[in-house]
Design a protein around this ligand. Structure first.
Ligand code: NAD
Length: 453
């Protein structure tokens, strides 16, 4: 035995791992857009307005041009230059632009609104839009606080609105393939899920440049503050709002919510974690921000453990690993890899080192009698694994929008509706509660509150 340190299983694992990593043919997935199923007649056009046309709002406006059957009829932002940027993005220099979102909600020809404002302003606009009878696509994280999230769920239900929350991976073809693999049972039981999203640049840490025309004249500062505490005009707070607790949730709201939404979708989870414990610190970007630049959180869900990490001091990219009893599935940036575990029975090879030779041989002889040797060593292992990637130029944002507008037409909810989005956002609030309180954060479903553990 000592001449052959690798067991058959170890041998096959190395073989299959190498295969999965190097030679499993990578299939390019094709977009499966719901709207492609049928052409949309002009009479069925959905008219939408974008409230918030900053970075994400402009991305949405550009993406909307690829979604048939929708039309942007108005844009709204508190910073005047973003009216120009929005008109450029939607390639319509005469589209109505305003600072006041209520004038958009008053319009009868607006069917739905896309909310892409800073997070602390989501709730008010969302509630007003629902009350005005508009369907809502709201950017992630849905809520700035736990209380906001439940108020938004109530507003959507009370007014019978279709809602999509904006973690677009939920509509991605790559994640649809991951879900198919997960649901097929090929992973076995998945008790452990690890994910990270690491970036290493000032832009990745939200140190965005301040545009030279930013001033109290070009920005409606009081409307930006909304229900947040009063503060003197400060363009850093306006353009780098993710760094401040009054407006954003740091890495929890920016990236954890994307990771959790992808995991919730693939693993079929739609409830908040029971407990979370965070650790981290502000190590590099000591620029007055109120959030850590490294945070790691361990979540307890009823049937699995999820660990998340976001680090702004190393460029690890985006990763989710699902570790199951029968296989491992990794999503790394735009690629998905599945590798089976070799779970065929094998004789004990370790603990019998402590047995006398005669007993060892007796044990092995009996074991082999009870387990006839497979015909060919590797032939009955699904050794090649599977590998997939997004098609070049693929946009899951286009698919996410398409799914939302399909829901608006059919009145059948999307996967990432208000309940799903609220649960993912609670994950970010649990992480931050634990970090700032230096304690375990426990979700209390009875009071719908986070308490110290
Ligand atoms: N899904 C994604 O991949 C993704 C990517 C980036 C941002 N986001 C989300 O999109 C939202 C916006 O992020 P961003 O990066 O575009 O921020 P941003 O600062 O670039 O833009 C936000 C805009 O909202 C406007 N705004 C704020 N309150 C408003 C109000 N009451 N009425 C009208 N306009 C208002 C501001 O004037 C600002 O221009 C955030 O919730 C963020 O988390 C999602």
């Amino acid at each position: 035995m000592s001449n052959n340190p690798l067991s058959r299983r170890q041998f096959i694992q190395i073989g299959t791992g190498a295969l999965a990593a190097t030679t499993a043919a990578k299939a390019i997935l094709q977009p499966q857009r719901l709207y492609a199923a049928r052409p949309v007649p002009p009479s069925d056009t959905i008219r939408f307005a974008s409230i918030g046309t900053g970075i994400r709002g402009c991305e949405h406006l550009e993406a909307s041009l690829q979604v048939p059957g929708i039309q942007c009829v108005a844009v709204c932002d508190l910073y005047d230059s973003r009216h120009t940027a929005a008109r450029e993005s939607v390639k319509n220099p005469s589209v109505m632009a305003t600072r006041d979102y209520r004038s958009i909600l008053d319009r009868k020809d607006v069917d739905s609104v896309l909310i892409a404002t800073m997070d602390h302003n989501h709730r008010r606009i969302f509630e007003d839009a629902c009350a005005a009878g508009k369907d809502v696509y709201c950017e992630k994280p849905m809520s700035h606080t736990v209380e906001d999230g439940f108020a938004m769920v109530e507003a959507a239900h009370k007014n019978n609105r279709m809602v999509a929350v904006g973690s677009q991976r939920v509509s991605s073809v790559l994640y649809a393939k991951a879900k198919e693999i997960h649901d097929s049972g090929k992973l076995g039981e998945v008790f452990s899920i690890n994910a990270y999203w690491d970036r290493n640049s000032p832009s990745g840490a939200w140190v965005y440049p301040i545009p030279p025309d930013a001033s109290e004249k070009t920005i409606d500062w009081n409307a930006f503050l909304g229900s947040a505490p009063k503060h003197a005009f400060d363009p850093v707070r306006f353009f780098r709002w993710r760094c401040f607790t009054d407006y954003g949730e740091g890495l929890g709201g920016d990236l954890f919510v994307h990771l959790l939404s992808g995991i919730q979708f693939v693993a079929g989870i739609n409830e908040p974690a029971q407990r979370a414990q965070s650790s981290g610190g502000l190590y590099h970007f000591k620029d007055g921000r109120e959030f850590p630049d490294l945070i790691e959180t361990l979540y307890d869900y009823p049937n699995c453990r999820i660990t998340l990490r976001c680090n702004l001091n190393n460029n690890g990219g985006e990763f989710i690993g699902f570790y199951g009893t029968k296989g491992t599935m990794i999503i790394k940036d735009a690629t998905l890899t599945y590798r089976p575990e070799d779970t065929r029975p094998e004789p004990e090879g370790y603990s019998i080192f402590g047995w006398p030779k005669a007993l060892r041989e007796q044990y092995l002889e009996k074991w082999h009698e009870e387990h006839p040797v497979p015909a060919a060593l590797a032939s009955n292992v699904d050794a090649e694994g599977e590998s997939y990637s997004n098609p070049p130029g693929y946009s899951d944002t286009v698919d996410h929008q398409a799914n939302f507008y399909n829901a608006v037409r059919t009145r059948k909810p999307v996967v990432e509706n208000e309940i799903f989005g609220n649960n993912a956002a609670i994950g970010c609030h649990l992480a931050n509660f634990s970090y700032f309180n230096k304690s375990v954060a426990v979700w209390d479903p009875a009071t719908k509150k986070i308490v110290k553990g």
